[in-house]
Design a protein around this ligand. Structure first.
Ligand code: GLN
Length: 241
């Protein structure tokens, strides 16, 4: 079976090396004997097509780049919405997370979002920067990462990705981070999110494989001793007891 991963706008939304997350998904599929193909869609392309895509990834970027991407993606809003409502897997990080909402209100302008999630983001006074640790109902191990965002995201009735054990999260106050909606995983945790959290990577991959094959039961476990040790180290370093 071949899983097709689409990296949206790697030329614009690429803060902190989001490509590493793509490579992590690809490698963990290949190690298990699946074929994996990575496609990119950049601002020079005009053949937007999600019909044979299994995983869409959209990364983080500055407000300026985010606005350019948002303007371009608004033309494909319906297609993205259909993909999501048909259980397509979509991983959205930081700026990519914000643009799935209704809007991102900056001090001097408001960027219209794709309205895929019933959320909105408003720019705050200071940036929320630092390490973050979450407890998530979707994976057993704690999720660790790094956040750096000026926006505060209000997720309304959506299910968060996790509860913040250390760090800021969506808007610093409620103690929750990210959103999981159908097979959308949206989060402020960027950089090497998936290499640092192989369980979350496998959660995402299993959603994509099971959508494609009704016979799918479980992903074969991989030898993740080093990754687990690294994850536990970060958890113990930062978690509030
Ligand atoms: N531009 C957004 C913010 O500052 C997202 C930043 C990012 O992707 N790291 O809130």
């Amino acid at each position: 079976m071949k899983i097709k991963i689409l990296h949206l706008y790697p030329d614009l939304l690429n803060l902190y090396g989001d490509k590493g997350n793509i490579e992590c998904m690809r490698k963990r599929l290949v190690w298990r004997g699946y074929d994996a193909e990575v496609k990119t869609y950049t601002c020079l392309d005009n053949n937007f097509d999600l019909s044979d895509i299994d995983i869409v990834f959209i990364g983080g970027g500055s407000d300026r780049e985010q606005k350019i991407v948002c303007d371009k993606l608004l033309a494909h809003k319906k297609e993205i919405k259909n993909y999501v409502e048909n259980d397509g897997v979509l991983v959205a990080v930081c700026g990519g997370y914000q643009l799935l909402g209704k809007y991102y209100k900056l001090h001097d302008e408001t960027i219209e979002g794709l309205d895929i999630l019933d959320i909105f983001t408003e720019q705050g006074k200071k940036r929320l920067i630092g390490n973050i640790v979450l407890k998530s109902e979707f994976v057993d191990e704690e999720i660790v990462g790094f956040e750096n965002h000026g926006g505060r995201t209000y997720i309304g009735k959506h299910t968060p990705l996790g509860k913040v054990l250390y760090g800021f999260g969506n808007e610093e106050k409620t103690g929750y981070e990210g959103v999981v909606y159908k097979n959308v995983i949206a989060t402020y945790l960027h950089g090497p999110l998936l290499p640092k959290n192989p369980q979350l990577c496998d959660y995402i991959l299993s959603k994509a494989v099971s959508r494609k094959s009704r016979n799918f039961t479980i992903l074969e476990p991989l030898e993740d001793a080093l990754e687990k040790t690294a994850n536990e180290y970060i958890v113990n370093r930062f978690k509030r007891n």
